[in-house]
Design a binder for this molecule. Sequence first.
Ligand SMILES: Cc1cc2nc3c(=O)[nH]c(=O)nc-3n(C[C@H](O)[C@H](O)[C@H](O)COP(=O)(O)OP(=O)(O)OC[C@H]3O[C@@H](n4cnc5c(N)ncnc54)[C@H](O)[C@@H]3O)c2cc1C
Length: 331
Amino acid sequence: MSSPLSVLVTAEVNEGNLSPITLELLGSARDLAEKLGGKVVCALLGNGVAGIAQQIIAQGADQVIVVDAPALQDYLSDTYTRVMEEVVRQTEIEIVLLGHTSMGRDLGPRLAFRLGAGLATDCIELDIDSGSKQLMATRPVYGGNARATFATDTHPQMATVRSKAMTPLPLDPSRQGEIVTLSAMPDLKAGLILSDRVKEEIKGVKLEDAPVVLGGGRGLGGPEGFQLLDDLARVLKGAVGASRAACDNGWWPASAQVGLTGKIVAPDLYVAIALSGSSQHMAGCSGSKTIIAINKDPEANIFKESQYGVVGDYKQVLPAFAKRIKELLEE
Ligand SMILES: Cc1cc2nc3c(=O)[nH]c(=O)nc-3n(C[C@H](O)[C@H](O)[C@H](O)COP(=O)(O)OP(=O)(O)OC[C@H]3O[C@@H](n4cnc5c(N)ncnc54)[C@H](O)[C@@H]3O)c2cc1C
């Protein structure tokens, strides 16, 4: 159905909209497909989703394979695995990409097993080896202290990709592509049903989307310190993240932990306050455009990771920093 050496992106749809990870995967797939001399194909599964196929083309796909059925309303392991297996078998796909999301983490290994494919999970970099044309998939190992690059001889080659690790392409509504609808799918009666869906409540700006993130660490000494960060984040229309040490202490919600085992953020500005800058924490924020550190220890690792730094007690530095920002915003 598609040209050989194509790269397939598995789309994720949330409340009728494409998830940011899908746009990021399309950006990466475009780069890989160009290196392979192939196409970017996107599998769009869901119920009433056909209308967003054009947006997928505008974001970088050459072809969208739509499977639109009531049984695909919600992600269910069995149903989605069966449909995706069918999609991959019907297309000449070289590489299959999924988000390292709750869906991708479940679907990736199941699909890889059915296809007999090698799967690299939680990747932060993808490339094509110019000689062998194999996918080179890089992921953090040893608790974020090292990176390893994996390749597989299987066909297809598969990877799940961490959110915020890849850059989406700018929307180009003039891009042309093909939309193919697959209807002859296996019996889609779900073996399982989704009984409940719990929505995470977010006050203010979503951490992953915030242009400014204030990251607080153990040195804040308690939840009161985070209150200061929260007040400043509101002024900056940003969000507050935290190190694992601070979350483990219950000073800030675990859902806002930044790092290897937390969220990945890549804001325009990350202000690291009273955190040491461990490799595991930096795995979640090193993609920030600018990092400013406030730490009382001049030897703290965070100063090696930041472009600007203030050595001092945050209790003195932060109020002055906040005051100056408010003045600048009022000017
Ligand atoms: C497998 C694994 C996964 C992990 N995943 C993550 C992860 O996702 N995210 C994460 O963050 N960590 C993670 N960790 C933990 C990580 O190794 C560190 O322990 C953690 O990041 C330390 O948090 P911290 O920097 O807040 O605390 P500390 O390392 O204790 O640093 C506190 C800092 O605050 C400074 N400070 C103290 N008081 C003040 C003050 N008054 N004013 C200014 N500065 C002050 C100190 O100088 C110090 O630099 C992981 C660890 C492992 C083993």
